[in-house]
Design a protein around this ligand. Structure first.
Ligand code: S6P
Ligand code: ZN
Length: 191
């Protein structure tokens, strides 16, 4: 017997707020300071300016079983740590063969992706962009604008999240402020 009844969630495109989220996750600089290229600047901000909210996720919880389709919004606040734009932690799916779809709701961002075989892809996203993260591609989003960057994500319930690989190795590509705008550069520290 199906355990889940149909439901509708209202989504505010500007804020990413859901009408009745099952969960809200907030990621602050202190949760991910080591992920930024300029670790010294991250430490200075924490010591002198205090912690800051980098992004917030609001989602609908569904059982981690075949056929369930969890979905959520992500709002990344504008800003930088040194030259590096605010971003999500990023992850591979624990089950690498599971892909995902992102849909841009407001603001301007980049979707940074890579495979363990060494391929990389950085795609621009704006309101209305439907971005496909294929199976086997790690994914991180970056706010390269002056306003919140908000998008909607849809994935398969058994995908799971592998954060450890990215925490250990990082991404091959970084999105940094160069000449007044965002530029994709090689990560010299990539493990
Ligand atoms: C889930 C999907 C997104 C992210 C969210 C936050 O598979 O890719 O909903 O969870 O954008 O990013 P992260 O890297 O902290 O999970
Ligand atoms: Zn994902």
């Amino acid at each position: 017997m199906p355990a889940i009844s149909p439901f509708v969630t209202e989504v505010d495109f500007a804020s990413g707020d859901l009408s009745a989220p099952d969960y809200i996750i907030q990621r602050k600089l202190s949760d991910m300071a080591a992920m930024y290229a300029d670790a010294g600047e991250a430490a200075r901000i924490l010591a002198e300016e205090g912690d800051r909210l980098i992004y917030e996720v609001q989602g609908m919880e569904l059982p981690a079983e075949e056929g369930q389709i969890p979905h959520c919004t992500t709002r990344i606040l504008p800003g930088r740590i040194g030259d590096e734009y605010h971003m999500t932690k990023g992850h591979y799916h624990a089950r690498r063969e599971q892909g995902e779809v992102y849909f841009g709701l407001s603001g301007r961002g980049c979707l940074v992706m890579q495979t363990e075989a060494g391929e990389t892809s950085v795609q621009e996203m704006v309101a209305g962009s439907a971005a496909y993260v294929p199976p086997y591609w790690a994914h991180r989003t970056v706010n390269v604008g002056d306003e919140d960057f908000v998008f909607f994500s849809v994935w398969e319930a058994r995908a799971g999240h592998d954060y450890g690989t990215i925490e250990r190795d990082g991404f091959r590509k970084l999105v940094l402020l160069r000449d007044g705008g965002p530029a994709v550069v090689d990560n010299a520290k990539y493990a």
